[in-house]
Design a protein around this ligand. Structure first.
Ligand SMILES: Cc1cc2nc3c(=O)[nH]c(=O)nc-3n(C[C@H](O)[C@H](O)[C@H](O)COP(=O)(O)OP(=O)(O)OC[C@H]3O[C@@H](n4cnc5c(N)ncnc54)[C@H](O)[C@@H]3O)c2cc1C
Ligand code: SF4
Ligand code: SF4
Ligand code: SF4
Length: 496
């Protein structure tokens, strides 16, 4: 179905502004979001704008953050006015001329990654002689699920290349080969980082511009939240008993990574993205572009439901190609709607702000063997003992989070410096408290912990006498300057 373009150019931003009003400006927990995303992550500039614009917020000099002194109406102004929040749809997902929900109308393409829109566009471009070649990414036939960028010139190869491989592909190398081989009009398919590389080549006043005098490149960008390092994630899958040569499809959907064997619509295994976080390519931690903002046409799945794509045509040529491909029967399209937009904006925002919480420095702890501590007998502590609040002010020195790993063997403790300045020579003491006995004390000294840095500690729950710790674990921190700054008892509930 085709649309009257004059209407469509107005539609996206009507949705956007409604969205902003409803979802971003006026949430009941706007202040909570401001504190969580901006203040507690350490990116607040202490400009005081939030307090200045609200009658029930005041600036608290003691804690260096806004403080509620009356009833919050949830108007959202504090969140929206903060210079560190990102609330504008243009900033979140770039500019576009028209947005669609699309899927293939070619029977051979059904079975593409989502709606098969990218493959259908390549087929249309070849049939219409609009491109001589396309740069795509295929699976390496000799190395299961490793990506290989390829120049293709036929619809059959476009269909063979359909599907997503969730790792970096050297697409630009193939593009340069295509330019050198004198292809004059090339469709280039890539992740947002690939698209940025090509855009930079086109815009660069030095170096590559003259190459592109010879050809036109149509940039088809894929939405991308993250990719994974094949050398780390595939051995992990194999250790999990997955035969990669049998895997026909990998897919990320609603925060889960699914693997499918050939001929099965049920995943053979699924993982939460959090479980796979350690295998993520490090570059993706520094990436803020979800929707390939510099492409001519951007295609993803988020927001559009099963077997469909969310598409943004960003340039004039991009919009014309989408409309014509639909008119000539390659694609089914309909205008996108508020549901698509909400989902894309939500994910785009997650990606834009994720950089705020990237840990720039890792803290490694080497246990100080010189500092031995005897096992002590103490009175039983309160299960949830209140945090020690130093006289310095109400701002918390540290926050703690815990999780017990799957085998119940290790208690993972994260301690974050939330005070806003460096904590020096901090002694950390972790001890199991079973009835009235203290067992397995573990102490260490951290010379410097920078603001909002986190230390991660794995405390073994199997103690040397063979018993497992079933009670509580006390975590304490102290510095010479402030004395005891933190004390919390963590309850351990082993799995039955
Ligand atoms: C690393 C990665 C992460 C992604 N993350 C998201 C996400 O978080 N949210 C979301 O909505 N969509 C994401 N996508 C996009 C999504 O997986 C689909 O590619 C997109 O929806 C297009 O679907 P389709 O059915 O039109 O694709 P198809 O018609 O099957 O065509 C897919 C095209 O992608 C190309 N391709 C495959 N792997 C790569 C690669 N590694 N690098 C460059 N090109 C490749 C192929 O050449 C093929 O032409 C991601 C894609 C990749 C590659
Ligand atoms: S009333 Fe004040 S604190 Fe509450 S959302 Fe509005 S600006 Fe923020
Ligand atoms: S407006 Fe934002 S940056 Fe400024 S003080 Fe408030 S939270 Fe901090
Ligand atoms: S998250 Fe960014 S850097 Fe990583 S593959 Fe996607 S676009 Fe590239």
């Amino acid at each position: 179905m085709t649309e009257d373009k004059s209407d469509q150019t107005e539609t996206p931003y009507n949705y956007s502004f409604e969205y902003i009003q409803k979802k971003l400006e006026g949430k009941k927990d706007s202040l909570g979001m401001l504190l969580k995303e901006i203040v507690r992550t350490g990116i607040c500039t202490e400009c005081g704008t939030c307090a200045a614009v609200c009658p029930v917020l005041e600036w608290d000099d003691l804690t260096g953050q806004p403080k509620l002194i009356g009833k919050c109406t949830g108007c959202g102004i504090c969140y929206n006015q903060c210079p560190r929040t990102i609330t504008d749809p243009y900033q979140l997902m770039g500019e576009f001329k028209s947005g669609y929900v699309a899927n293939t109308n070619i029977p051979e393409v059904i079975g593409g990654q989502d709606g098969g829109t990218v493959t259908s566009l390549i087929c249309y471009l070849f049939d219409e002689h609009l491109v001589d070649a396309a740069v795509v990414t295929m699976k390496d036939p000799n190395n299961p699920w490793h990506p290989v960028a390829q120049i293709i010139t036929s619809k059959d190869d476009a269909i063979k290349a359909s599907g997503s491989i969730y790792s970096h592909s050297q697409t630009v190398e193939a593009l340069m080969d295509a330019v050198r081989q004198d292809f004059r009009s090339i469709a280039f398919i890539g992740t947002p980082c690939n698209i940025d590389a090509v855009s930079k080549m086109f815009d660069s006043p030095t170096g590559m511009l003259k190459y592109f005098m010879r050809c036109h490149v149509l940039k088809i960008g894929l939405f991308c939240m993250d990719s994974f390092a094949p050398d780390a994630i595939y051995p992990f899958f194999e250790r999990e008993g997955i035969d990669l040569s049998k895997v026909q499809k990998m897919d990320i959907n609603k925060g889960k990574f699914h693997l499918y064997y050939s001929g099965s619509s049920e995943p053979v295994k699924s993982y939460t993205i959090k479980q796979l976080d350690k295998f993520k390519s490090s570059s993706c931690n520094f990436c803020t572009d979800l929707t390939a903002e510099n492409a001519d046409i951007s295609v993803g799945s988020v927001g559009s439901g099963a077997n469909k794509n969310t598409v943004f045509a960003r340039t004039g040529i991009g919009a014309e190609i989408m409309e014509d491909a639909a008119q000539k029967g390659y694609l089914k399209i309909e205008p996108f709607n508020a549901i698509n937009l909400n989902a894309v904006l939500f994910l785009a925002k997650l990606k834009k702000v994720s950089q705020y919480t990237v840990r720039k420095r890792k803290v490694f702890i080497v246990r100080d063997v010189a500092e031995k501590e005897e096992v002590r007998i103490e009175t039983k502590p309160e299960v949830e003992s209140p945090e020690v609040t130093p006289s310095l002010g109400a701002r918390k020195f540290m926050s703690v989070s815990k999780n017990v790993n799957e085998e119940d063997k290790i208690l993972n403790i994260s301690l974050t410096n939330t005070i806003g300045y460096v904590l020096e020579d901090m002694k950390i003491r972790i001890v199991a408290v079973d009835e009235v006995f203290e067992k397995s004390p573990w102490i260490t000294t951290v010379r410097e912990l920078f603001p909002f840095e986190t230390i991660e500690i794995g405390y073994p729950l199997d103690i040397p006498d063979g018993e497992a710790i079933k009670a509580n674990v006390l975590v304490e921190a102290s510095t010479e300057a402030f004395g005891k700054i933190f004390s919390r008892t963590l309850k351990i509930t082993p799995k039955e």
